[in-house]
Design a protein around this ligand. Structure first.
Ligand SMILES: Cc1cc2nc3c(=O)[nH]c(=O)nc-3n(C[C@H](O)[C@H](O)[C@H](O)COP(=O)(O)O)c2cc1C
Ligand code: SF4
Ligand code: SF4
Length: 229
């Protein structure tokens, strides 16, 4: 699976099968996290892998009672051991851990597994359950395992194209380049007397080809919510 396919396939899984994760897979996935970039190359992240059934239940309870978390055979607890802040003022702990955890999420997807980011949890409760030392900051949780649900992609922000009809000179270049056959002649003339084109917004995938090719800069790319991935 190439990177773009993996990115597209990843989704937040909220039901896991009890099938155990093969040790070598888990190691490859954690290695992908270890290879993440980190500010000053500090790599000051810490990952606790919770597999014990009773502990998983307690972690799920500490995560606002999102009990689906406990259905996963493992829960990764992303932690940081640093309070270093960059010159820009941002603390690196959550940034570095988040990058590493997204590496983990994508590697898991590539291995046929699924994950879910969990930010709704009470850190002090998780600390107590797992006996995590005070100086370690608990950043995020992530159940990982074989999915027992179907991929369900939430609507994401998508680029779509919008056309300024009055600018169009009807050259048809955009019709030829559109990979989705989303642009067609309107059969109506604009104020300048040109038979302008129209865009079927449902078909448009926001690739931007029309935007690039139009000699009269008729297109703008806009962000919309709600298109399927
Ligand atoms: C930082 C962060 C925290 C999140 N916390 C939770 C959570 O506590 N529970 C949950 O079910 N999903 C959680 N999610 C998952 C989001 O709801 C999900 O990523 C979003 O709806 C998009 O869906 P997708 O991941 O399937 O593309 C979180 C995601 C992120 C990035
Ligand atoms: S953005 Fe791409 S898919 Fe959408 S209308 Fe333009 S060429 Fe077609
Ligand atoms: S490329 Fe521009 S000018 Fe030509 S038909 Fe398309 S929108 Fe009109």
């Amino acid at each position: 699976m190439d990177l773009y396919q993996t990115i597209k396939k990843r989704y937040s899984c909220r039901s896991y099968s009890s099938k155990q994760i093969e040790q070598e897979k888990l190691e490859r996935i954690l290695e992908a996290g270890r290879q993440a970039p980190s500010a000053k190359n500090l790599q000051d992240w810490r990952f606790v892998i919770v597999t014990d059934e009773e502990k998983r239940k307690q972690v799920a309870i500490a995560a606002n009672e999102q009990m689906f978390i406990a259905t996963a055979p493992a829960i990764i607890i992303g932690c940081s051991n640093t309070d270093y802040a960059m010159r820009c003022g941002q603390k690196i702990s959550s940034i570095d851990v988040a990058i590493a955890m997204e590496h983990i999420a994508l590697a898991a997807t590539a291995e046929g597994l699924a994950t879910c980011w969990i930010g709704s949890f009470f850190p002090e409760k998780v600390r107590k359950v797992l006996d995590i030392p005070e100086q370690i900051e608990i950043i995020e949780l992530m159940p990982i395992g074989y999915p027992a649900d179907k991929e369900t992609h939430r609507p994401s922000m998508a680029k779509k194209t919008q056309i300024n009809l009055e600018k169009c000179k009807g050259c048809d270049l955009c019709i030829d380049v559109c990979p989705k056959a989303a642009i067609r002649k309107s059969g109506i003339s604009n104020k300048k007397g040109y038979d302008y084109v129209e865009v079927d917004i449902e078909l448009c995938n926001g690739c931007g080809a029309c935007y690039i090719i139009c000699p009269d800069c008729c297109f703008t790319l806009i962000e919309t919510v709600g298109s399927a991935r």
